[in-house]
Design a binder for this molecule. Structure first.
Ligand code: ARG
Length: 234
């Protein structure tokens, strides 16, 4: 055998977008790593299957499931009602929400209410932050919602002053603040709340049942909490 693990289960392709630390990121060698990857590996081990990770732009993840190019999406993805029309989700595993961030030296924007009609706000394309940003633009509260495929590019746009602010999930913005001190800071309260789920193709109950069973087991045996600790999410 060339598998090395001695395990003869199915191999499922897990798609993610890896500029979303600590959930989905890459290591120095370019491997896709993160809380979501460790969680999927733990679920796979519990349920006797294997996983391999592939990377897409965030707005390509649901299409990848629908076309059959991926079996699973683990991407800090909000299990929203809108997405439930397109894919099926596991039980949710993490509560999160969108926050506003500005340049570390910005002293004028202290919350979403301080945004003005001449300002630009960055978001990652296809995300819940896109909905918030585009609504602010539609309501005339900002000049322009500016989409980026990679969250690190959106953070950089705040840093250079190309945009005035960034909308993004709170734990991820906190991790960027951790990794790159004095670049951006969170201002104000959560703008929205959401919960993350693992997605499969609509109707793939066989795989979804395994994911839910494995998720429950790793939550009950303490593995899940260890992974939260490991990735600074506890
Ligand atoms: N939680 C947000 C959403 O579901 C953003 C997720 C972005 N995830 C990523 N891997 N880039 O829309």
């Amino acid at each position: 055998s060339d598998s090395g693990s001695g395990d003869s289960g199915e191999v499922y392709t897990v798609a993610t977008e890896p500029t979303f630390p600590p959930f989905d990121t890459t290591d120095e060698d370019g491997n896709i790593v993160g809380f979501d990857m460790d969680l999927m590996n733990a679920i796979a081990e519990d349920q006797g299957f294997s996983v391999e990770f592939v990377s897409y732009n965030f707005d390509g993840l649901i299409p990848a499931l629908q076309s059959g190019n991926a079996d699973i999406v683990a991407a800090g993805m909000w299990a929203s009602d809108e997405r439930k029309a397109e894919v099926d989700f596991s039980e949710t595993y993490f509560d999160s929400g969108v926050v506003l961030a500005v340049a570390d030296d910005n002293n004028t924007i202290n919350s979403v209410d301080d945004l003005t009609s001449d300002m630009k706000v960055a978001y990652q394309v296809g995300t819940s932050s896109m909905d918030v940003a585009q609504q602010l633009e539609e309501e005339g509260k900002i000049a322009e919602a500016v989409g980026f495929d990679k969250v690190n590019d959106a953070v950089q746009a705040v840093n250079t002053g190309a945009v005035d602010a960034l909308l993004n999930d709170k734990p991820v913005t906190l991790e960027y603040m951790n990794q790159q001190p004095d670049i951006i800071k969170i201002v104000g309260e959560n703008v929205t709340t959401e919960s993350y789920g693992i997605a499969v193709q609509k109707g793939n109950t066989e795989l979804l049942d395994k994911i839910n069973a494995g998720l429950k087991n790793v939550q009950e045996d303490g593995t899940f909490d260890e992974l939260l600790e490991k990735w600074g999410l506890a």
